[in-house]
Structure formats: structure tokens, C-alpha cells
Design a protein around this ligand. Structure first.
Ligand code: GUN
Length: 294
């Protein structure tokens, strides 16, 4: 079997077209959605994500503001930047790019974001509401994965999904959303992680495998059942002197081998990545809409 390639770029375009009319409607009521992004330090991957977010906002007519602080910025400077976005009426959504150089303050910084501006869905209130199935901002990458599955016509309800990875940003919230009794979920979910013995023994039982481990070739062909659907969340830079930048992006899945076995697979790049940014725009527009009712 050769897998159908699930085109995240095309699905993202479809979603952005839907968003464009909502943005136009908001503007006609005098509201331009606005996103505030805080970047601390000079991690090249983070820098490039932030540039991508800014470009996406420009393309969609969303106002964006960026605060960049040096790697050595202290807790007080970071908190002050968050507070300035919290207080700014032009900003409906606030995003603190992770990881922070000082990981020990991440949870405090996230908790300082106004929950009604928490477009990443990382604030403890957002996480709690998500787990309870209450209306809230869903984290962008997990929501992107669910939208790829839905918009590709892949049935999730009643299937066995194995999520490889337990990060707060992807694996854990995704496993939770997939297991919820909702139109995007209702699956039986297994979560594998670095403490799992023989991950392949679990993934081989899966109808859908989501790779979100953060390492190249975590999921190889021998770990996939013939005909399974494979979603690759990984974005890893591997050295490649033949490219201009000296590196290329690969996912967590051994794409060439796995695509011979799977029924459908997301590529890297061009799979989950474009969906993440689009769902961030979606949350920013939702936050702007909510602001009309305050
Ligand atoms: N770092 C990697 N993914 C994300 C994300 O979705 N949001 C933020 N804020 N930082 C990230």
C-alpha cells in the first residue's frame, strides 16, 4: 500500500478562507484581531516560528506586536512584557514562545497571561476547562491534528489511537481531546512515552498513530500496522550540507518507509506545521469575537 499524503497546507488554506470572512465581519464592527508574541532569547527554531506567526498575521490582516527580550532577561522583565500585552486593548491573544531560556519560570509566566487572552491554551484555567470539555482555547497543535483528521474524512470515533509523546504542548492534551466524548474524539487512546517498554508493541495495535516525541525516526515501518493512519507532529532540524541553510526539517516518522505501509500520512514539512499557525489565528479571532461581548 502507498499512503495518501494528507496535505496540511491545503487544509490550512481552507481554514484560513473561513477565517478571512470572520475577520472581515469583525473589522466591519471596528475590531481588528490582535496577537502579542513574546520571544525571550535567540533560539533559532523559536525565532523562525515567531517570524512565521508574524507573516501569517500580516497575510490575514491580523494586527501583531512582538516583544523580544535578551536570553538573560529576568523574571521581572518577562512578567512586565506579559502584563503590557494583558493591558493592551489592541491585543486579543498573548503568546509566550516556549521554551524559555529559564524553564523553571515557564509555568509562572504562563499563569500570568490573562486567561481570556490565552490563545495557546496553556494557562491552567484553559487546560482545566479543556479537560472538562468546557468552551475554551484549544492548544493549537493538538487542535490542528484533530482538524486534519476531520477534514480528511478519517474516522476517529471508535478507533484505537496511539499517541507517542506526553508533552504539555502536544501529546498530553491531544490524548485527552481524542478520548473525550465529542465529535472530534471518542477514540480509545494509549499514550506512550520514554518510560514505555516496547513502544512498537502498542503502535502496532493502532488504527491511528500520532508521533509527537521530538526525535527523528522514533516511529519506523516495523512499528506500523498495514493500513494505519500516521500523523507526524515532529519538527527536527538535521544537518544537511547540500541545502542553503545547512539543515533540513524531518519529522519523528521514517516517512519513506512508513508511507509504503500506511493508508494515509502527514509529511514534514507541509503536514501538521501549517495547521498549528492557522489554529493560532483561529484562537486569536475567537478571542477578538469574545471581546465584543465584554
Ligand atoms: N513552542 C513549541 N510549540 C509551541 C506552541 O505551540 N506555543 C508556544 N508558545 N511555544 C511553542
Amino acid at each position: 500500500m502507498t499512503a495518501r499524503i494528507l496535505d496540511g497546507k491545503a487544509i490550512a488554506r481552507e481554514l484560513r478562507a473561513e477565517l478571512a470572512s470572520e475577520i472581515a465581519a469583525l473589522k466591519s464592527r471596528g475590531v481588528t484581531p490582535g496577537l502579542g508574541v513574546l520571544l525571550v532569547g535567540d533560539n533559532p527554531a523559536s525565532r523562525s516560528y515567531v517570524t512565521g506567526k508574524k507573516r501569517a498575521c500580516e497575510e490575514m490582516g491580523i494586527y501583531s506586536a512582538e516583544i523580544c527580550l535578551p536570553a538573560g532577561a529576568g523574571r521581572a522583565d518577562i512578567m512586565a512584557a506579559v502584563q503590557s500585552f494583558n493591558a493592551d486593548e489592541r491585543i486579543h491573544g498573548v503568546l509566550v514562545q516556549l521554551p524559555l531560556p529559564d524553564a523553571s519560570i515557564e509555568q509562572d509566566v504562563i499563569a500570568a497571561i490573562r486567561p481570556d487572552k490565552d490563545v495557546d491554551g496553556f494557562h491552567p484555567i484553559s487546560v482545566g476547562r479543556m479537560m472538562l470539555g468546557l468552551p475554551t482555547f484549544l492548544p493549537c497543535t493538538p487542535h490542528g491534528v484533530l482538524q486534519i483528521l476531520k477534514r480528511s474524512g478519517i474516522r476517529v470515533a471508535g478507533t484505537h489511537v496511539v499517541v507517542v509523546g506526553r508533552s504539555h504542548i502536544v501529546g498530553r492534551p491531544l490524548a485527552n481531546l481524542l478520548s473525550q466524548k465529542s465529535d472530534l474524539g471518542n477514540a480509545t487512546v494509549t499514550m506512550c512515552h520514554t518510560g514505555t517498554r516496547d513502544i512498537g508493541s502498542f503502535t502496532r495495535q493502532a488504527d491511528i498513530v500520532v508521533a509527537a516525541a521530538g526525535h527523528p525516526r522514533t516511529v519506523t515501518a516495523d512499528m506500523i500496522r498495514e493500513g494505519a493512519v500516521v500523523i507526524d507532529v515532529g519538527v527536527n532540524r538535521v544537518e544537511d550540507p547540500s541545502t542553503d541553510k545547512g539543515y533540513r526539517l524531518v519529522g519523528d516518522v521514517d516517512f519513506e518507509a512508513v508511507k509504503q505501509k500506511a493508508s494515509a500520512i502527514t509529511p514534514v514539512p507541509g503536514g501538521v506545521g501549517p495547521m498549528t499557525i492557522t489554529l493560532l489565528l483561529y484562537n486569536t479571532v475567537a478571542a477578538a469575537k469574545n471581546s465584543l461581548h465584554k
